[in-house]
Structure formats: C-alpha cells, structure tokens
Design a protein around this ligand. Sequence first.
Ligand code: F6P
Length: 321
Amino acid sequence: MNKIAILCSGGDVSGMNPAIKRFVEYSFNQGLEPYFVYGGYEGLIDNIIKKAVYSDVTGIIHRGGTKIYSARSTRFTEKKYRQIAADNLNALGIDKLIILGGDGSLRGIDIFFQEHNIAFCGIPSTIDNDINGTQYCLGVDTALNVIKMATDNIRDTASSFKRAFVIEVMGRDCGYLALVSALTSGAEMCLIPEIAYDLDSLKKRYLKEVEQGRNYFIAIIAEGLGNTKEISSWFETEIGFESRVTTLGHIQRGGNPTVRERLMAYQFTTYAIDALLSGKRNTVICYNNANFDFKYINEINEKTYEIDKDLLALGKSLLQK
Ligand code: F6P
C-alpha cells in the first residue's frame, strides 16, 4: 500500500487538528496508509513516525494545537540531519509527505526536496498570514476571532473609563493580524510595520477628537514594531489619557477552530492529498481570490509576503480619517 505521512512544523495553529483528522480519513478513503511524524522535522530526524488509525483522530476536530506536536528544528537546517530524516522515510517506504507549517518550514522542505526528491505538498499554516503566494494561511481566522473577542472585552472596560488601551498582537514582522483586527474592531489607531505613521499629526487629530467628546482610545499595535510600551506612554504624555497595555501573546495561537478554519483545513488537506496522488511532487496548496491553486515551492520561496494593497490603503485611511 502507498504510504503517506503528515507533520506540523513551527508555530502551531488552530486548524491543524481538523487537518490531521481529514488527513487520516481521506488517506484511507484513497487507499493510502497514513503515518504521523511526531514533533515536526525533529521527529523526522529522530524517527518518531507512527502508523495512524481512525481512533487517533476522534474527538480532535474542535481542539486547537496539534495532536502530533510541532517544533522549530534547527537540526533540520543541517544537511547531515536532513540525510537522516530521508533515510528514516525511505526505510519505512514513505514517499509522500504533507507539511503544515509557515515560511521557515516551507523553506526547509524546499531544500529537503532538492536533496532527496521525496514528494510533498505544503499547507500554509501560520497565524501570521505571511507566506508569499497565498492570501490565506491556516490558523488566521481563529487567531483573528480570538483577537476580536479580546478587543471587544477590552472595549467594555475602556468605555467605562477615560483611558487608552494599547493592544499588542502577534504576526512576527507582518502586520496582517493587527490590520484586519483594527479594521474590524473599530480601533482608533493601528500601527504596523508596512504603514508609515506620523505621531504628530495623529496627536493633532486625537486631541481634536477628545475636545469633541472622545472618551477612550483602542490602539492595535503589531508586535513587529516593538514599540507597544512607547505608544502607551505617548498616550499618557501627549494625549493626556491614562493608558494600559495588553499583550495578547500566545492566546492568539489557541482556541476552538472557527467554522471557516475547519472548512479550510478540510479543503487544504483534501487537495494536498489529491495533488500528491495526481503526481504533483513539490507544490504548496494556496488560496487566492476565493479559489484554491497550487504553486511550486520555489515560487513561494522566491519572494517575501506583501499585504494586499487595497487592505493597506484601508489601514492608511484609518490613520488619516
Ligand atoms: O509565527 C507564529 C508566531 O506565533 C508569531 O506570531 C510569534 O512572533 C512567534 O510565533 C512566537 O514564537 P514562539 O511560540 O516560538 O515564542
């Protein structure tokens, strides 16, 4: 029987468990023997690779995290460890891999494929939504909903006081989570690495708004800027508002996967397996303009991700309104 394995690499996301469930069920449906690689590329190197059965994936569709664990592997960046990983797969007769991971994980599999020619399909998975070639990465919708819930709660307390609330969201160097969260939560301020801002003109505007009755501020700041505390102090010294910082941190990575997430996991995984069965050997399943498409791994890795221009324009106008 043809053998296929799945692994999760890098920061976990809500949506990995639904993907793992679909992987097992659709593999059996297609006459494949499914395997789990536990702990990402580390598990590949350490040969923690086990046959999967239906009971492994019962009761996991609603859980964040990943049943088969994830890791950030520095060893996989070394050729000698990639050789060990390939030897382990070859010894088990596994010649197809599904990789759920972010930017770094997809770069890792690119090199591994060039060296060992083991077929794979990547499923973009990172809350940062920063993978070139796809407008959607698994985990993003759940993370955005976690931020939405937190921001709505903060707004309740913000509206009871005359205060500024500065909320730092994840995203590494990418401002996507912060931008979409700001646009959908009515934040007064959104600062992200991709948009230049001028605190002096914001000050003028905010002071005018305070004169006109504004009683609180919600500011959403991308972690990539690294200036959340400074912005909080700025509200105190320049706008005259007591300020509080909330760093949302890793709560953004967990939680019950949303309906959209589960459907995306189902579709990504189904199409990834279809791709391998149809002979595609080195692609990533992408989602663009409401359609799924495949891109070769080198197309994904040749550029860095850029936030959609229209979305950026909305972010700029939020700072100028
Ligand atoms: O890439 C996902 C992510 O959650 C980033 O948003 C964040 O900067 C980073 O991972 C945190 O990494 P770790 O969980 O290793 O601290």
